[in-house]
Design a protein around this ligand. Structure first.
Ligand SMILES: [Zn+2]
Ligand SMILES: [Zn+2]
Length: 441
């Protein structure tokens, strides 16, 4: 069969059974769960993989799944990735009323895509043309949130890293994967339907606790130590550093206070902050980290408080592989006509797909399927054909390009990828970002 005929057969099957995939996305949408808690979501995906007759492992990094489509011929493994987790956004129209979890980043559509790609590749006669394997990976916890909760999981030994793909890499779940792709929803595009290429910021996370001394806030504040004032001074010292951030480093530092005190009648003695330090390169992030740590110590010193700073590995910078991206773009051109991809520049957000891109070629295109503010109350997907089926077709067609003809193109892209890290160096590199410090002011 000609490659163009196999692609058309896959598109037809994805159209014919598209409702099944969209149904999965919509089921996940109304069962939102943040990272490392995606039990209902994982069971929706497990049921569907079982229904499709695809063998899979589950419970990887607590909730992750990995299904395999085998061609029976030797060759590289291409992963299609869907992220299981929601965000937490109070007031979102699809928020869980108990937990405020909501799919305000539209990861539910990725799981629909994962299923649609599987359905497309299961079209009779397709796998016979391919070599190698397709891994269908549903990975937990892309959103780096609830740091205190996840750090507790870390202390209990349930996870080591606070995002799913790092945890998958550590567990060896990507050891047999050579290339990986996923498509994320996007809200900010012109007439083009896909946003492709570009780079993303790296990130390091901090969990911070200011410890003071409680005392009656009305009658005896002079014998207390106000941890909230220490934290406020530290935050202002962080803000004072902003004028030193260089444009080319794309620094983002955005702390939140997750605990501001206990009883209003007492001097606050336990104040907690979480923050990211994001930047274009690891070096830029680490140089700003030093400033942030000094600012935190300064707040503690001024108030005679103590600050505990836990620095946690975040994510590595993301880069798209150009040859891989070109294959995908040619499929978008074929599906939608030329002029439907817009090149993306540098993204100041970050993703743990960056960790994968540090060890293997990846692509992370965006599909213009969402409206509203990303991570906001009004972030919604209206067009599920475009949001689920179109990217499933472009990814499935790219799998066909990669794995047909004895998987020639997949081998070539994997072989020529200039990975920023050796796989064997990944864990030591990322672990090197972790530290703990207690500073008594
Ligand atoms: Zn997000
Ligand atoms: Zn996202």
């Amino acid at each position: 069969m000609l490659l163009s005929d196999t692609k058309q057969a896959v598109y037809n099957e994805i159209d014919r059974r598209g409702d099944e995939a969209i149904q999965i996305a919509k089921e996940v949408l109304v069962n939102p769960e943040p990272g490392f808690r995606e039990y209902k979501t994982a069971s929706i995906i497990a049921d569907k993989l079982r229904h499709l007759g695809i063998p899979f492992q589950e419970g990887i990094a607590m909730t992750g799944l990995k299904g395999i489509l085998e061609t029976g011929r030797p060759g590289p493994t291409v992963a299609i990735i869907g992220e299981l987790d929601s965000h937490i956004v109070r007031g979102h129209s699809n928020a869980d009323p108990q937990t405020d979890a909501a799919h305000a980043c539209a990861h539910h559509t990725q799981l629909g895509m994962l299923i649609a790609v599987a359905i497309g590749l299961q079209t009779p006669g397709i796998m016979e043309n391919l070599s190698g394997r397709i891994a269908l990976i549903a990975v937990p916890a892309e959103e780096y949130i609830e740091i205190e909760y996840r750090n507790d999981l870390r202390k209990q030994g349930k996870i080591e890293f606070l995002v799913g793909k790092s945890e998958f890499i550590k567990l060896g779940a990507f050891d047999d994967v050579d290339l990986a792709m996923m498509t994320h929803a996007d809200n900010s595009m012109g007439h083009e339907k896909f946003n492709v290429g570009g780079t993303f910021n790296a990130m390091v996370a901090k969990q911070i606790r200011f410890v003071g001394l409680s005392a009656h806030a009305g009658s005896e504040p002079h014998v207390g130590i106000n941890a909230l004032n220490a934290a406020t001074l530290a935050l202002n010292a962080i803000h004072a550093h902003r004028e030193t951030f260089r444009n080319e480093d794309y620094i983002r530092v955005h702390p939140i206070i997750t605990r501001g005190g206990g009883a209003v009648s007492a001097v606050p003695d336990d104040v907690r902050i979480e923050t990211f330090i994001r930047g274009r390169t690891i070096d830029a992030v680490l140089s700003v980290c030093k400033k942030i740590d000094r600012a935190l110590r300064a707040g503690a010193m001024a108030m005679d408080a103590t600050v505990e700073i836990t620095t946690l590995p975040g994510v590595l910078p993301l880069q798209n592989d150009i040859s891989f991206q070109n294959l995908h773009t040619s499929n978008v051109d074929q599906l939608l006509g030329k002029g439907n991809t817009r090149p993306r520049g540098h993204e100041t957000g970050s993703s743990d797909m960056g960790d994968l891109s540090s060890i293997m070629p990846i692509i992370h295109p965006f599909i213009a399927s969402a409206t509203g503010r990303s991570h906001g109350v009004d972030y919604l997907v209206h067009d599920y054909d475009l949001g689920v089926l179109t990217p499933a077709k472009s990814m499935a067609a790219t799998v066909l390009d990669l794995l047909s003809d004895g998987a020639k193109q997949a081998r070539e892209i994997a072989r020529s990828y200039n990975a920023p890290l050796e796989r064997t160096d990944y864990l030591s590199t990322v672990r090197g970002f972790a530290s703990e410090e207690t500073f008594r002011g």
